[in-house]
Design a protein around this ligand. Structure first.
Ligand code: SF4
Ligand code: SF4
Length: 183
């Protein structure tokens, strides 16, 4: 029993030392293949499916995006009607009944979204504006569930200003990164 404990402690210590040695090797190895992220980022295809935003003026509240979403990441929410203008404003036309109806709009949970773009494809009015932004992290529970207003703009990518690179096969390194020709 005591022997087993000793053996597993030695094994654990060896694992730690191996990990430190590997880290050190890649620190000094000139042939390392680590990407200098976020100063460098891989050039993504134009149609890469990243974060998207809702264009409120195009949405007709049909709920198709909610119905098609395979991961229940989209839920329709009812927004309050716009505030009534004061009747003292002479010459202001009264709002139409449609304008006074509460409107339904999609809100998203990025924690559930699998970026399949079914919602983007099904939308009859092309109300979603897409992007290839993909590299975001959230530090607090719930940050990935934006409010309706939060869904009206695209998030900032940490690698937005990065030098774009492409991965090339290299006989010595296995892989190397070269500056992309694309802007
Ligand atoms: S991209 Fe796919 S998973 Fe994400 S909200 Fe749209 S339909 Fe749902
Ligand atoms: S975003 Fe498109 S599919 Fe979703 S409710 Fe609005 S119009 Fe309908």
């Amino acid at each position: 029993m005591e022997e087993n404990k000793k053996e597993s402690a030695l094994k654990e210590a060896k694992g730690h030392l191996d990990a430190i040695a590997t880290g050190f090797k890649y620190l000094v190895d000139p042939h390392r293949i680590t990407l200098d992220y976020p100063a460098e980022a891989i050039e993504l295809p134009k149609n890469y499916r990243g974060f998207f935003k809702l264009q409120d003026d195009k949405c007709i509240g049909c709920s198709l995006c909610e119905m098609i979403c395979p991961s229940n990441a989209i839920v329709m929410t009812q927004l309050p009607p716009p505030p009534l203008k004061s009747s003292s404003q002479a010459g202001t036309p009264s709002p139409s009944p449609a304008a006074l109806r509460p409107k339904k709009r999609p809100v998203i949970d990025w924690g559930l979204c699998i970026f399949c773009y079914f919602c983007v494809d099904v939308c009859p009015t092309e109300a979603f504006e897409t992007s290839n932004i993909h590299d975001l992290s959230y530090f607090q529970e719930g940050e990935y569930r934006p409010t309706f207003n939060g869904f009206l703009s695209l998030p900032n990518s940490p690698s937005g200003d990065a030098k774009k690179v492409v991965a090339k096969t290299d006989l010595k390194k296995g892989i190397k990164y070269e500056k992309s020709d694309k802007k």
